[in-house]
Structure formats: structure tokens, C-alpha cells
Design a protein around this ligand. Structure first.
Ligand code: ATP
Ligand code: MG
Length: 445
């Protein structure tokens, strides 16, 4: 637990702050020295250069959360008082992205990106406070509070308040070794609980994708979910259908990546989110179909593989998730390929699942039986097909799910794969350069 002597209330008003537009919140300051060797040196450089030029600059969001939870952050984001143009003038390796909300990406070696975002506020609140006309944030009916824009600069407290969960809204001041907490996030990190900032009913209605994000953080970081937040997730699950579909699909893939697919899927099922996002799978699990157990075992096996650092493609993850229902429809079909496509087509339309992924899922599924017997000869034409790596990964998931320690066919096919040179070297998934934030804020419904 926190030592209260470590904590102090402080107005933390920086000298160079822009004039406040309303009553400012005071943060709680927690002294926390985070070892510098756990922080990306380029992120440190970016923060220091901004501060040297009299801007406020903090690490923010997922990286602070992960550092406090003793995990290695995936990437480092910086929040600053500097406007995007000012950031660009300080860094040669800087690119401004985003049309509605402009962000700076500072580019480093190995495709590394440090994202630098100017403090911003919730556009609705901005309009109330200042009469800003930012265009329609509300949809047709008065009940529709879906956020459609997010492009008003603000102060640190406003920037914290617009974020989704308290654990994601902490700032870290590198120079003073202090956590700046406007939302009670530090307590939630220590209690290991996911809690929305503010009323969960409102926050999930504003952006239903947050329901999946809550599931992701709870699963991946092994956290609990606050009971009121969990209730609100269940109540508002149907609203996931209103979310922008590309965001929905991306969030589903994020749930499946990173080694917590089993717990994520289970939580989606428990909350009812699964029946909105993937009704085909929810129905299969609800019916307690004979293959239901295999679905869970497959997800566990995929988690094991991913936790060992290997990357499974989106097609493989999707095939693991839907493999059992797909196998069932393909089993007695005259044309198994068409049967698989038939089951996937609503997903292609509903979730805008790329056709390329659908085709890969089908191709990988159709050769599973073939992979059960070792190849004849040194290499076969199958091993040189472009879908082979995915097909073999899917087969390996199946082998592990069945609890088989060593499968001679798997080993032989892996060897054939090496010979044809089609083995995908396991690369860490690169941070996306651009697009992500814009999609996140532009929930077209
Ligand atoms: P991850 O480790 O998965 O990248 P993250 O917390 O960094 O986790 P991102 O999706 O990269 O998550 O988003 C960065 C930050 O932006 C979050 O920590 C959160 O503060 C804020 N954020 C992201 N999505 C939303 C959202 N839908 N609503 C409000 N704030 C959000
Ligand atoms: Mg992130």
C-alpha cells in the first residue's frame, strides 16, 4: 500500500501553462522513482528536449500503467503542453499525423515511434465550458452521446479526464520522479482494478469499444473489474453494434494477441459482448456444442505460443477462435470451402473482416487434415504455398490443444517449411505508424 508521506497535494501549476479556461483540478502527487533503464531512452530524450524548451512533458497512458505494474511497456507515449507545430520545430525526425487531431510522431531507428500528443480535452466538455463550435458531436437523437470528434487542446487535468480508465490516465514526471494523478488511478493500480473515469454508463455509451478495452486490460494485466463497471459493461453491451466496425475488429484482434486470448474470450462471453460481436461463436458456446471445450483449449494453446514470444497472424487467431464452428459446418458439406466462406461472410460484412483474412482462414482450415500425415519426400509443393505458414501454425495450435507433447507430422512439416524458406521469422508486431488514433476518436457508429 502507499505510504502517505510519499503523497502530497500540489497545485502543480507550471509557470509556462496557457491560461486556464475553467476551474483546474489539483492532482495527487506520488513520489515514485522508476528506474531509467526501464524507460525507452528515446522517450527520455523526447521528454527532456520538450522540457528544456519550457514545455510540460510527461510519459502518459499505457506505459506508465505497465511500469507501475512491473511490466515492460509495448511503447511509450508522451503528453505535452507544446502544440504539434512546436513539437515539430524541436525534432527533425518528426512527422505530424492525423487530420482532426494532430499528433506528432517522432521517428527513431528500427521503426520505433514515440507518439507525442498535446494535452486535449473532451470536446463536449469543451463546448459546454467555452461554447466551442466543433461541429456535431451528438448524433440525431438526444440519447446519442457517441463521441465523434476529439480535437480541442486542453490542460493536463482535462487530458486525464478524457481518457478511458483511471489506470490509463497517469502522468509520469521524469525529472521529479513523480506520478501525477488526477483521477485516482494510482489507488486502482495498487488494488489492481479496472475502473472508468467517471460514470461507467456514460463512458461506455460515449464509446462502447471501451467495453472491449476493459476486457483487454483485465485479461492481459490480470486485473479485476470494478463491480459497477462490470454491470455497466453488461448493460451497454448491445451498443457495441454501434461502434465503428474497423475499431471493433481491431480491438477483437488485440484481445486475441499478447497471450490472454482465453481469458479475454471468456470475459466477452460472460459479459454478453461476444453475442454482439461474434454471435456465431457465442451461439456455439451457449449451446454447449461438443466442440466448445476444444475452442477453450485452442485459445489456451494459442496463448502459450504467443507468450513464448511468437507472433500468430490475424488469420490464425481468427481460425483458432472460430475453428470449431467452422469445422462443424465444413464436416458434412459437399463443398467445405464454400461452407466455410458461408459462415465467414456475415463476419466479412459485419466486422469488415478483410477478404484476405477470410481466404487465409479457409485455406488454412482446408489443409489441416493433410498436415496430420508427414510430407513425402524432402519438400512438397504444399510447403511452398503462401498460406502454409499460417496453416502449420494453426495445426500446431491444434496439436498443443490436444495435449500432444511431440507430433511427428508437425516436426516433419516444420522441417519441410525450413527447406522451402517459407518460415516466417518471428518478428515483434511493429507499432502502427498513423491511423490508429484517428480511428479511435472517429467512432462513426
Ligand atoms: P496498450 O498497451 O494496449 O497499447 P494503451 O493503454 O497504451 O494499451 P492505447 O490504445 O495505445 O492503449 O491508447 C493509449 C491511451 O489513450 C490509453 O492509455 C488511454 O489513456 C487513451 N485511450 C485509448 N483509447 C481510448 C478510448 N477509447 N477512450 C478514451 N481514452 C482512450
Ligand atoms: Mg499503447
Amino acid at each position: 500500500m502507499m505510504n502517505s508521506s510519499d503523497e502530497q497535494r500540489s497545485p502543480l501549476k507550471p509557470e509556462h501553462s496557457t491560461p486556464a479556461t475553467g476551474p483546474r483540478l489539483d492532482p495527487t502527487i506520488h513520489r515514485r522513482a522508476i528506474a531509467l533503464d526501464r524507460i525507452d531512452p528515446d522517450a527520455v530524450k523526447v521528454v527532456r528536449r520538450l522540457m528544456k524548451h519550457d514545455h510540460q512533458a510527461y510519459l502518459v497512458g499505457g506505459c506508465v500503467r505497465d511500469l507501475l505494474l512491473d511490466r515492460r511497456p509495448k511503447d511509450f507515449d508522451v503528453a505535452t503542453s507544446a502544440r504539434p507545430g512546436e513539437v515539430r520545430s524541436l525534432f527533425r525526425n518528426c512527422r505530424i499525423i492525423g487530420r482532426r487531431f494532430r499528433l506528432a510522431h517522432i521517428l527513431f531507428a528500427d521503426r520505433k515511434v514515440i507518439e507525442v500528443a498535446t494535452f486535449r480535452k473532451d470536446p463536449d466538455e469543451a463546448r459546454e465550458r467555452e461554447g466551442v463550435d466543433g461541429g456535431p458531436a451528438l448524433g440525431g437523437d438526444d440519447d446519442d452521446i457517441l463521441i465523434r470528434m476529439d480535437n480541442v487542446f486542453g490542460e493536463p487535468d482535462e487530458d486525464a479526464a478524457r481518457r478511458d480508465f483511471t489506470i490509463n490516465a497517469l502522468f509520469y514526471d521524469l525529472e521529479r520522479s513523480e506520478i501525477i494523478d488526477y483521477v485516482g488511478g494510482m489507488t486502482d493500480v495498487e488494488r489492481r482494478v479496472v475502473r472508468t473515469i467517471g460514470d461507467p454508463d456514460i463512458r461506455f455509451r460515449e464509446d462502447p469499444v471501451r467495453i472491449l478495452r476493459a476486457i483487454k486490460f483485465a485479461s492481459r494485466l490480470d486485473l479485476g473489474i470494478d463491480p459497477d463497471v462490470l454491470d455497466a459493461m453488461v448493460v451497454h453491451r448491445e451498443e457495441l453494434a454501434r461502434a465503428a466496425r474497423p475499431r471493433l475488429l481491431e480491438e477483437v484482434f488485440r484481445l486475441l494477441r499478447g497471450g490472454a486470448a482465453h481469458r479475454s474470450t471468456w470475459l466477452m462471453w460472460e459479459t454478453g459482448a461476444l453475442s454482439v460481436v461474434l454471435p456465431e461463436l457465442a451461439a456455439f458456446l451457449d449451446d454447449d456444442a461438443p466442440g466448445a471445450r476444444a475452442v477453450w483449449q485452442g485459445l489456451q494453446a494459442a496463448d502459450e505460443i504467443q507468450r513464448s514470444g511468437r507472433v500468430l497472424s490475424d488469420a490464425v487467431l481468427f481460425a483458432v477462435l472460430l475453428g470449431e464452428p467452422l469445422r462443424e459446418v465444413a464436416q458434412d458439406a459437399d463443398d467445405p470451402g464454400a461452407a466455410i466462406d458461408g459462415l465467414l461472410q456475415p463476419l466479412v460484412e459485419r466486422l469488415v473482416l478483410p477478404r484476405k483474412v477470410r481466404d487465409r482462414v479457409r485455406q488454412a482450415m482446408l489443409v489441416q487434415r493433410k498436415l496430420q500425415t508427414p510430407p513425402r519426400g524432402r519438400a512438397t509443393s504444399l510447403a511452398s504455398r503462401d498460406f502454409f505458414a499460417d496453416a502449420l501454425d494453426l495445426y500446431e495450435v491444434g496439436v498443443r490443444a490436444a495435449g500432444v507433447a511431440a507430433d511427428s507430422a508437425l516436426e516433419a512439416w516444420r522441417a519441410a517449411q525450413q527447406l522451402t524458406g517459407t518460415a516466417d521469422s518471428p518478428r515483434p508486431r511493429a507499432r502502427r505508424r498513423g491511423g490508429r488514433r484517428r480511428r479511435r476518436v472517429a467512432a462513426e457508429g
